[in-house]
Structure formats: C-alpha cells, structure tokens
Design a protein around this ligand. Sequence first.
Ligand code: SAH
Length: 350
Amino acid sequence: MTVGKKSKKINIRSLTKEELSLAIAEKGHPAFRAKQIWEWLWKKQTVDFKQMSSLSLPLREQLNKEFEILNAVPFHSQLSKDGTFKTTLRLFDGNVIEAVLIPDAKRNTACISSQVGCKLGCHFCATASLGFKRNLSFDEIMDQLFCLDQKAIEQSGSKLSNIVFMGMGEPLLNFEALLKAIQMITSPEGMGMSPTRITVSTVGISKQIKRLADEKTNVNLALSLHAANDELRSSLIPFNDVEPIKNLIDALRYYHEVTGQRITIEYILFDKLNDDLKSAKELANFCRNFPVKINLIPYNQTDMKQFKTAQMRKVTEFAEFLKDMNIVVNVRRSRGSDISAACGQLANKG
Ligand code: SAH
C-alpha cells in the first residue's frame, strides 16, 4: 500500500453493515455476498481480498477493482513497568495515532483516540501541541481496539473489558464515527460488549451531549471539568468560553434524565491552582445538579512546565472533603507515565 495515495475506490472497511449491503447490491452482487464479506472483514479481520477464500477467484479480483481495504497498522509499541502498553499506529495517509492498554487485577481497559491531534488546545494537555489533523474514521477507531484486544489476550488470557475514549482528540467532535464505533463495539456481530463498559470523555459540547443521550447508546459519559468556576476553567480550557459551565450543567442534567446514568466528573489536580478548599466547595456545588462520580487525577507531567502535580497531602484532603459531602470519589493512579502513555501525555513522541 502506498502511503498518501489518492484513490477513488471506496474503503470497504469504512462502511457499516447496512452501507456494505447497499454497496454490494449496487455493484450487482447477490445479497449473501455482503454477509460473507462482512464476516471476512470484521470477524476474521482480513485485510486482503485475496484471502477471502469462500468467494470465487473472479469475485475476489472484481472486489479488488471496485473497493480498497485500508487499515491502521501498529508499527511501534512500548511496555511500561506497571504493565501499561502503548501502541502507535500508522494510518493509510501516513498520519499516526496512539492507543493504550491499561491492565489491572480485574480489568483490561483500552484507552483509544478519536482524532489525529486535537483542536481544543487545553493548555495542560500534550496532545494539544500536535494541533488538529483530521477525524478518525470508525474503522480506524476499531483497529485500535482489535490491536489492544489481541495484546490483552496475549498478556492476560482475557479480552478487553472496558473502553474509554480518553486518548487523542475530542470524541464528540467526531460524532458519526463515534456512533458507528459504539454500534460495532456493542453489537453481537461486533465485539458484543455492554455499553456500560464504554466511557466517552468530553470537554463538554452541550449539543452533542444531548444528542448522545437521544441516540440511546447508554454509554457512560465523563466530563473533563477541572475547575468549577468559569474564570479558572477558561484559563485551562479555552473552549470554556464557547461553552460556559451553565451550558454544561443543562446538558448533563439532560443526559442524566434521558439515560438515568450517573455522570463521571474528571478533575485534574494541579498544584496551587485548583487544589484548595474553595475549589473543592465549588466542585461539590457543581455536583448537586445530577448524580455523579468524581475521578480525581493528579496531573501527569508534560512539557508544559507551568503546571505541577498537586501534593499528595492536598489530593487526600480534597478527596476527603468531597467524601464528607457524600460524593463518590476515586483518586486515579497515573498509569504508564514512564512511557508517556498516561492521560494527556499522548503526543506521538514515541
Ligand atoms: N477530549 C476529551 C478526551 C481526551 S483527554 C476530553 O477532554 O475529555 C482525556 C482526559 O485526560 C481528559 O479528562 C483530559 O482533561 C485529561 N488530561 C489531559 N492532559 C492531562 C494531563 N497532563 N494529566 C492528567 N490528565 C490529563
């Protein structure tokens, strides 16, 4: 395959099952062929028409002329001393993305990317330094999962148990591909996973949060809040000027009402910035609007030297204050930081 090649053929893996059936019918092939081809592509993960041995040779040749198969290829990987595994995948156009497998005693969690780079420009996040290149297609999202699923089985004998859209990019700005990927992950013909094992993390785009609720995907939603007052949040997340906190409250209320789910709030603790009692009170107030679970994330160091990780004593005090307010709080351990695989460290630096 030539990198950066321009082609008029349709990438057959970018089609959903319904779209594939239509495309195959349009080319004049009988309907059962679509089912066979789907199984080759998605059950057996075949990336070469030549290997689709249940199809006749002339049909394989014809398909090769009508369609192409593009897939993301893992070309580099790193294993952290804590067992976290990061893989770098090259896309058909030469772009590069990263995906991370985070194993623990109970779970194999895949942290996957939704875009090449990111356009949000959060000041503390290493991915922001890449700028934005493009959205991932749904099959490129799936390729990350297939690669990590295989690795999980190799390492632990078990498949992926959880999927978090917390890698590079903003999933709600790549809505169509996100939906297709969720469908594929949850459908019995795909990975057959429960939507409650999927978490979509977002900077907070109210229109899309409401849409995700209306689509009845029933995935978990995590909001990257990091500060519960607009001034401080805008100084960390420029996008907060577009979507201030009151918009987010409204959208998250809606998400809870429609799905019945508890909202996950992600809160990075930065030293002397948002780790004081006043910030904890503001966060507790924010959490009165809907049932929540808070993940406190000690900041993972990046090249942005102006941000420092909160002291462990502060993290504990902050967590205790929230627990006393009867809020469910987890302090997240940073995983894979020695290989730049932790939250906010994905920047294609190897
Ligand atoms: N765009 C989405 C998903 C990608 S970021 C979002 O904003 O949620 C995934 C999570 O990692 C977010 O909560 C993000 O704020 C957090 N994060 C980014 N940089 C980080 C860092 N250096 N340390 C800890 N968490 C970070």
